[in-house]
Every structure is written in C-alpha cells, then in structure tokens.
Design a protein around this ligand. Structure first.
Ligand SMILES: C[S@@+](CC[C@H](N)C(=O)[O-])C[C@H]1O[C@@H](n2cnc3c(N)ncnc32)[C@H](O)[C@@H]1O
Length: 222
C-alpha cells in the first residue's frame, strides 16, 4: 500500500523549501554547457528564425539569462516574456523586447500567443502540471512549439500511487510527443485540451526526481 502523502495548497507549495530552494539551477543561458539549447535539444533562435515578429514565452524562467541573451539577437519586433515566482535577482533593467513577470505560472495567463513556449525544468515545482500544460497549449500560435521537461513519475493518484502512464497516454492522445530519454514533452500547434484528470493537490515531500533535486508530486483523480 502506498503511504498517504501530505498535499498542500498552492500558496503553501510556493513557500515550501522544495520550491523556494535557492540552490536550484536558475541560470541556464541560451547556448553552452548550462543552457536551454542543451536541455531542449534545439536552439530556440533557430526555431524562431525567419519569423517577422517572433514571440517566446518562457515559464519558470529563473534568472531569465536565456531570454536576455536572445533579446540581444532578435529584431525589435520580437516579444519575449519570462514568468517566474522569483524572477531575476540581477537588478539590471530588461531590454525593451523582454518582459520579466514575477508571478506564479499556476495563475498567470498571457494576453497574446507565442511561437515558442518553454518550461525548462520548471514543471518539477508546479502543483497542477497537467493544468498548466493544458493552458499553455492554448497559448501557442497555430504552428507554435511548446517544449517542457516532464517527469511522469511525479503524476500520482490521491493515495500517492503512480498515475504517470495514464497521464502520458492522455497527453499523447492530445497531440503531445514525449521523449523519455530527454524527459521532454513537445506539442506543435495551438489546441484546446481537456485532459481527464482532476487536480487534488501537491506533495512537496515526494523527494528527488530524475534530476537528483527534490521535486513536487502532483495528485490527480482520473
Ligand atoms: C530549476 S529552476 C529553472 C529556471 C530556468 N528555467 C533555467 O533553466 O535556468 C525552476 C524555476 O521555477 C520557478 N518556479 C517554481 N514554481 C513556480 C511557479 N509556480 N510559478 C513560476 N515559477 C515557478 C522557480 O522560482 C525557479 O526559478
């Protein structure tokens, strides 16, 4: 029998030591060893190339280094948006094409669509991961790309037993592709999703995930 797991409400989750962990890697740049290109397996600017007014939304953007570096390379018509609970600690002003929003991705929503939506090692700390994926799918342009690191083992039933398989099956049926090797979910093109899962709470005591860092388990009725 799986042991019952303590689930906490969003405001408590966001203050928990797992989410407010200042040793997590929040400093990935655009390219190089510690980078978005390496983690995502593609260069975000190569994906955005040729678009007259490219839009890139980065959820759980950390220090926003990748966005800041991208801002220097993109035309003035670009829109880059980073959303993070904490935001950049550096007090340097953001370039004009970049909007740095301090908010929880669980309640924030954009007022436009984006060619690229990324969440690089951010879902591991979010309570309603499937809800966020569903909402983010609707924030894409018609040929936009959503790419997010995802650990199916973090999806559980209310009693703590695994629900990763049915969650992945539902995501695949909705059009997502999942690479287990890279722990990466991708979706091409905007859509409206209704996943057959009801969020019941998050467990910040779930322990380390595949990254080796303590992460959150998300509980759903299915
Ligand atoms: C491992 S860091 C990754 C940061 C960045 N994507 C990178 O790769 O450099 C995870 C980030 O998720 C943010 N985060 C966690 N829960 C969040 C939430 N509910 N809303 C917004 N940001 C959140 C944390 O503040 C942290 O900056």
């Amino acid at each position: 029998m799986p042991k019952p797991s303590p689930v906490v409400p969003p405001h408590e989750l966001e203050r928990s030591s797992v989410v407010a962990n200042n040793t997590m890697n929040r400093e990935r740049g655009l390219t190089g060893v510690n980078s978005y290109t390496r983690e995502l397996g593609f260069h975000p600017l190569e994906f955005l190339a040729g678009r007259p007014a490219p839009g890139w939304l980065d959820l759980c953007s950390g220090e926003g280094r990748a966005l800041r570096q991208a801002a220097a390379e993109l035309p003035a018509t670009a829109t880059l948006t980073g959303v993070d609970l904490v935001g950049p600690l550096a007090p340097t002003p953001a370039p004009p094409v970049l909007e740095e929003i301090i908010a929880s991705v669980t309640s924030w929503a954009p007022t436009r669509t984006y060619d690229l939506v990324t969440c690089v090692h951010g879902l591991h700390y979010v309570g309603d991961q499937l809800g966020l994926l569903g909402r983010a799918a609707s924030w894409l342009t018609p040929d936009g790309l959503l790419a997010a690191h995802f650990d199916p083992a973090s999806i559980r039933r209310p009693d703590g037993s695994p629900a990763g398989r049915p969650a992945l099956a539902a995501l695949r049926a909705a059009g997502f592709h999942y690479s287990p090797r890279h722990h990466l979910l991708t979706l091409r093109g905007a859509r409206t999703l209704t996943l057959p899962f009801r969020y019941t709470g998050a467990d910040p005591t779930a322990g380390p995930n595949y990254t080796g860092q303590p992460a959150v388990a998300s509980h759903y009725e299915h």
